[in-house]
Write a protein that binds this ligand. Structure first.
Ligand code: TYD
Ligand code: MG
Length: 459
């Protein structure tokens, strides 16, 4: 612990929205553009010095990279395939993991469930958000049993560290970082400097004891972590827990990870008894239907490292009220408009007087350009009112001149489609290079222009 130097205090103004720091008060934040968000906070002078190297302290010396030995770091099993995956293969001892997400998305549930599942480990769940009884009720709903899961209602870090000293937990969970405060600063809990300082204390604790720490952080309406960006820079791993309020699906995304890939993704479903792990995402992303309908097509996409099949739905109708409406859910609207323009220009379909609505099933947001072709197919299918076979899927990007472009990891996509019983996949001709078609049972059709796809689909 360190104590504040009584003599001198320094104040700084922080934007409470994004954490921008300024030496004077500002009406509008130059970083995030919000008005009236600056609050004066006391930053102790003594704090600034602790980062400097004192006389007599051991200094670092350069070492040839070949001589640095690394032990394979062991990982703690969180007993959740999805959580382990997003962490890059389990929890690294001494690491600090920040989990951000909107209120009510399920952050507390996710971590309490992990805590209850990690039997044999002593865990401390520090909550400044909910009472012991509330947490117990939630635990009963989830229904895991870990005799060594301890709950502490405390927000003052000095007292938390005292309890940690006594309990000696092997994993620490803090819900949430915005409720903590330290007496080395005068500002109120949740203020930028408090968040930064309490997080720094927890970082030092994790690094000095090798106890991993999970921090829960709230996200503002704009989607950024409430609190300074520096929080994201400080911790080892930042995960975002997101999902659509109207669907039960939750996606855990790695935004930063010092110990693994950031392209990992975990998928859960919120049920009455807690979060269920979804090991086969296609099961939720393909809506269950018996017969085909027009305007529906299926794309083989990749999120993170995982291939999955997802349903795209389009509705194209004559615009009844003047200006045609265009809307897209789960897909970039500008990209949809671009695809519509390509369709008009390259294949002569008239869409200027049509309303076009596009929806990605399951309420998830897709960034993979490989779903372009499926989006086009869904739009054409609705426009012509011809249903496509539900045993056919698509995986290719569409370029501005109507060319069908190759996408990465085509083998994974084909294998996933085959595994799920699809009979045909339509891909780009340029994806065929080096592809051993005989390896697959599924029929692979390669096209290089929109016109070829139209002929393939509608004859
Ligand atoms: P919570 O973990 O409290 O969210 P956060 O910590 O991110 O604010 O989850 C809140 C929602 O999850 C709440 O609306 C109820 C729902 N829920 C279930 O549907 N089933 C459950 O078993 C649990 C524990 C919560
Ligand atoms: Mg919570």
């Amino acid at each position: 612990m360190y104590f504040c130097n009584m003599a001198k205090t320094k104040t700084t103004y922080f934007c409470q929205n994004c954490g921008y720091q300024s030496s004077k008060w500002l009406g509008k934040c130059p970083e995030c553009g919000e008005w009236d968000t600056f609050v004066e906070e006391i930053v102790s002078k003594a704090d600034d010095k602790k980062h400097g190297v004192k006389k007599g302290e051991r200094k670092a010396v350069p070492v040839a990279i070949g001589e640095i030995s690394v032990q394979k770091e062991e990982r703690i099993d969180c007993r959740s395939v999805e959580l382990n995956r997003v962490l890059g293969g389990g929890l690294v001892p001494g690491s600090v993991v920040l989990i951000g997400g909107e209120p009510g998305i399920g952050k507390s549930t996710l971590l309490l469930q992990a805590a209850l599942g990690m039997t044999g480990k002593r865990l401390l769940y520090v909550s400044g958000e909910e009472s012991r009884q509330q947490i117990k009720m939630r635990a009963d709903r989830i229904g895991g049993k870990n005799e060594q899961c301890y709950i502490l209602n405390e927000t003052f870090t000095t007292d938390i560290f005292k309890q940690i000293e006594i309990l000696q937990p092997e994993v620490l969970i803090v819900d949430s970082i915005q409720t903590l405060y330290t007496d080395t600063l005068d500002s109120s809990p949740g203020s930028i400097s408090q968040i930064r300082e309490t997080a720094a204390e927890l970082m030092r604790f994790a690094k000095s004891t090798q106890v991993p720490v999970f921090l829960i952080g709230h996200i503002t309406k704009e989607g950024s972590l409430a609190g300074p960006k520096v929080l994201e820079h400080m911790v080892d791993t930042v995960l975002h827990f997101e999902g659509d309020q109207h669907y039960g699906f939750r996606i855990l995304r790695s935004v930063k990870n010092r110990f693994g890939s950031t392209s990992e993704l975990g998928i859960f479903e919120m049920q009455s008894g807690g979060l269920r792990e979804v090991s086969n995402p296609s099961e939720i992303l393909l809506s269950q239907r018996e017969e085909s309908a027009s305007g529906v097509s299926i794309a083989a996409m990749i999120e993170g490292q995982r291939a999955m099949l997802i349903e795209t739905q389009a509705l194209v109708t004559p615009a009844a009220y003047g200006n045609p409406q265009r809307s897209a859910t789960g897909f970039d609207l500008r990209r949809m408009n671009m695809l519509l323009a390509i369709l008009e220009k390259r294949s002569g379909f008239k869409l200027g007087n049509k309303d076009v609505f596009l929806n990605i099933a399951g309420g998830i947001r897709v960034d993979d350009p490989a779903i372009d072709l499926a989006v086009l197919a869904a739009i054409l299918s609705s426009l012509e009112d011809i249903a496509l076979s539900l045993r056919v899927c698509f995986s290719a990007e569409v370029g501005l001149s109507g060319e069908i472009r190759a996408v990465g990891h085509i083998e994974n996509r084909i294998l996933e489609a085959e595994k799920l019983g699809f009979e045909q996949i339509i891909i780009s001709k340029f994806s065929m290079k080096g592809l051993d078609v005989n390896r697959y049972k599924i029929k692979i059709t390669a096209v290089s222009k929109i016109e070829e796809m139209i002929t393939e689909l509608f004859g």
